[in-house]
Every structure is written in C-alpha cells, then in structure tokens.
Design a protein. Structure first.
Length: 326
C-alpha cells in the first residue's frame, strides 16, 4: 500500500522546489546578465561598469579585450534571455590633423550630434563620438607629428548608445588616460557640459536656424523638396545648424553652419581664412561648409539658394548682430 504524504508536507516540498528554481534562475541571471560576479572596472581601470551601463542601458555581462594597450580597448556586453541585447564598442586614441574638427567637407561635428563643450570638447551620438585631448597628450596617439591633435574616439559597433551617458564615459576615460600619461591640462576641472541636438524641424526662411535676422529667399530642393534644419550647442561655446532637404537622408545636409567660441575647438581655426569677430569679449568664428553635397552649380542655382559668398555674408551679418559683436 503506497505511503501517503500529508498535504502540508507536500505543500512545503512544492514551495521549496519553487524557491530552488527561482534561486537557480536568479543566479543564472546574475552570472550571465550582470557583473555581480565579474569585473567592476574595464580597460585597465579607465572605465567603470556603472559608466558603461549608463551609456548603454540594459542587462548584460561586461568584458573587455585589447585592454593591455593604453590607446585602445574594446568592450562587449553579452546578455541571455528575452528583451536583452548585445553591445560592442571601442575606445581609441587617434591622431587627427591640425584642421580637426573643421576640415572642409568633412566636419567632425554639426547640428546632428550632441555637443560637449567646456573643460572638454567633442560630440556624441547613438553610434559613437569623440573628445579632444590636450595637445600635450600627442604621445598617447602614437604620433610624433607636432601639428596633430590627439582625439579619444568611441565607435559603437553593435547596439546604440545614450549620448549623454557616452559623453560621461568618454570624459571618465579621458581623465584616466591623461592622468596616467601626466598630460592633463586642468586636473581638477569637471567634464564639459552636454548640449543635446534639437529635433529636425521645418525651416522658416524668415528665421533660418532660429538665428534672429538670418533670412533667405524661398528655397526648393532639386526634386521640389522643402528645407529642414537641426541645431545643437550654444552660442556661448559652439553652435551648429544643419540645413537639408526633406527626404534626402542619403546625401545629408547641403549646408552646415557654425558659430564657435570654444577655445579648444577654435585652435584649428587660428591660422585659416575664416570670418571672425570679438563677441562678448571672446574671439568668435563664423563658419559654413557645403563642399561635400553632390550638386552642380546649375542645379544649386535652380533651388534659389544663394551663392556661398552671399550666404556667408547673410549668415555672418545676422550672427554678429545677434551676438552683439564688435
């Protein structure tokens, strides 16, 4: 005759089994989706796991590779389970030309990215970003060229970053790198502020880029498109505006405009033929660039868009008046 287990004992066994399963699941989650049992620092201490999680929200176990190199490191986040996603990004110190970030036709910052300005200068977005390092840190970029600019660059290979979190991550890594190489310019200074980019909006030709006094005649794209704009930054440091045609994501902006006061960013403009003035007691540069947009002069003229010289005059005049420049 089978032995009958009292109902109360069966309930206790069932509860214990459920608790055991929950403990196992919880342990597996902690093992494979967090760094509870893993490193709290990455890339030889240049990054904390918390900084990475703020830049890439979500569950996952963090690991690094190439961490033995001072100027390069790759971080991976692997996750198990529904609703999770893998991430991979790299940090590299690279030498850029003395014209960086405003090389003609290939500006490295514009109205489409969040701007970092202040103690540190750079830009971030969902797919990566960069931060200028002091010129005395050129050796970190493995460059003997005296005219090069050392830049700490983040590239997101898998997943997407939260731009403000990525800015903090870059600032933390830069502080560690420059302290280790003894090339920090202002050791006690806090990282720069992050100024987010605006949403894309329709352009009012009577108030272009929301810059008072900046007006254009009606402009129509090669296929009849209207004009749209996106701005980022601040007139106190570095301000950008991208003008593009609706539905033309492939070619991107047809003109990029900038007002730059930030001394770190202005370094590349010192010996170039760029319009400038003194605004609010600071040397201020007025820039425009449309060298990489694929249109010929006849096509451009048909849009109603002014010539580069006329546009430069209109923009520079409006900016000087708006900023009360001498």
């Amino acid at each position: 005759m089978p032995v009958r287990v009292p109902r109360s004992r069966r309930a206790k066994w069932s509860a214990a089994a459920v608790l055991a399963v929950l403990a196992l699941v919880g342990g597996l989650f902690l093992t494979f989706n967090t760094n509870t049992f893993g490193p709290g620092e990455l890339c030889r201490g240049r990054l904390s796991a918390d900084d990475v999680r703020r830049a890439f929200p979500g569950a996952g176990r963090l690991s690094d590779k190439d961490a033995e190199q001072d100027r390069s490191c790759t971080v991976e986040r692997t996750a198990v389970g529904p609703g999770t996603s893998d991430v991979q990004f790299s940090l590299d110190v690279e030498p850029e030309s003395s014209a960086f970030p405003f090389e003609r036709g290939t500006w490295a910052m514009s109205g489409s990215g969040d701007i970092i300005s202040g103690a540190s200068s750079g830009t971030t977005g969902e797919r990566g970003g960069w931060l200028l390092l002091p010129s005395s840190c050129a050796a970190l970029a493995d460059s003997a060229a005296p005219a090069s600019r050392p830049v700490l660059r983040a590239r997101v290979w898998n997943g997407t970053a939260e731009p403000a979190g990525l800015a903090r991550l870059l600032a933390s890594a830069a502080a560690s790198l420059t302290a280790g190489a003894d090339c920090r310019s202002n050791p006690g200074e806090a990282p720069g502020d992050v100024l987010p980019a605006s949403a894309v909006s329709a352009t009012d030709t009577a108030d272009v880029c929301s810059l008072p006094g900046f007006r254009l005649a009606k402009v129509t794209g090669p296929k009849g498109q209207s004009v749209q704009e996106r701005t980022s930054g601040s007139f106190d440091s570095a301000w950008f505006c991208d003008l593009s045609f609706t539905g033309d994501e492939r070619n991107g902006p047809f003109t990029r405009l900038a007002v730059v006061k930030d001394p770190e960013l202005s370094v590349s403009l010192k010996d170039r033929r760029v319009e400038k003035a003194v605004c609010g007691g600071k040397e201020t540069y007025f820039l425009l660039d449309n060298a990489d947009y694929p249109w010929d002069p006849k096509e451009r003229a048909a849009t109603g868009f002014p010539s580069e010289k006329e546009l430069s005059d209109l923009f520079g005049r409006a900016a000087r008046e708006a900023l009360d420049c001498s």
